[in-house]
Design a protein around this ligand. Structure first.
Ligand code: NAD
Length: 278
């Protein structure tokens, strides 16, 4: 499965990045993004349900779509691949999971250092419409509860951050920040939105300094996430890819394991770290 020199290298690694995409959660029952026939985007135009413009023009439809998605995700559990990634933390000194997934399944499986490039559907944040905000003559301030922009003098309640944390994504009217009254939205990166700069910088640093990167279940078609395995390669890391289909990375990987994450990840860990045959 893994050539001997690469196996030796992996066993001596101090820093490993596990980079994951939608394929990581496919065997948990969450459809991937690009699957032409089953993927959730085959049924919806992303611009209609997952963009700033969509929320601006028909917020309740967007909210309801995310409620449905979150309800589906609540019903699934981490698969054997997520469990294997979490197990890696007991075998390698530093493991950083960089995920494009919004489903919280790495954390549910026990991974502790997870950089969520595209956010997490179970967190909410204030909806900030920059166009609207800077159009009026009011001066925006940062709301001390939701950290979004509030309109001056409208953030003076006795609400706390705990009150905000208690609000969950569920069916019904769109909730508002208990501090400033701003509408809340899922804390995920919608089409056309930039990534959180702090998360992206942490991910770039982890990719630049790792000894090996394991890329699992990503078509590598979404930027800037897709550049991270390449950055790791430039930095001298060994690249292992797991995917049923070859991608633009496969040719450059030190090893391409063709197949499913939940089957191949436990085998990889067994072959490299738990085998006595070395
Ligand atoms: P993608 O849908 O573009 O690509 C999925 C990849 O997974 C494909 O290369 C496919 O061959 C591979 N794959 C399918 N089944 C697999 C399996 N069992 N094991 C391993 N690999 C498998 O996904 P992407 O590259 O992550 O980009 C999609 C975007 O959509 C991301 O931004 C992500 O935020 C979002 N998304 C997230 C989820 C989720 O949170 N679970 C699901 C769908 C989409």
């Amino acid at each position: 499965m893994i050539p001997d020199p690469l196996r030796q290298h992996l066993r001596s690694c101090q820093n490993i990045v596990v980079f994951t995409g939608a394929g990581m959660s496919a065997e948990s029952g969450i459809p991937t993004f690009r699957d032409r026939f089953e993927g959730m985007w085959a049924l919806y135009d992303p611009q209609d349900v997952a963009s700033l413009d969509a929320f601006r023009h028909h917020p309740q439809t967007v909210w309801d779509w995310h409620v449905q998605l979150a309800d589906k995700i609540r019903q699934v559990a981490p698969n054997a691949g997520h469990a294997a990634v979490a197990r890696l933390e007991s075998l390698v000194p530093n493991v950083t999971v960089i995920t494009q997934n919004i489903d919280n399944l790495h954390q549910a499986a026990g991974s502790r250092t997870v950089l969520e490039l595209h956010g997490n559907i179970f967190r909410l944040k204030a909806f900030v419409d920059a166009d609207e905000l800077f159009a009026g003559d009011h001066s925006p301030i940062i709301c001390r509860i939701c950290d979004g922009y509030a309109v001056a003098d409208e953030c003076g309640t006795y609400a706390t951050k705990d009150d905000l944390a208690a609000i969950v994504l569920k069916a019904g009217p769109i909730p508002r920040c208990p501090g400033c009254g701003a509408r809340l939205r899922p804390d995920i990166v919608w089409f056309g939105e930039p990534l959180d700069i702090y998360v992206l910088e942490s991910a770039m640093r982890a990719a630049d300094t790792c000894d090996a990167l394991i890329c699992i279940g990503s078509s590598l078609e979404v930027q800037p996430a897709a550049s991270l395995p390449v950055r790791a390669k430039w930095g001298g890391a060994k690249i292992i890819e797991i995917n049923p289909e070859p991608t633009s990375l496969s040719f450059h990987a030190d090893v391409f394991l063709q197949g499913k994450a939940a089957e191949l990840l436990p085998q990889l860990i067994q072959a490299v770290w738990q085998s006595t045959n070395y």
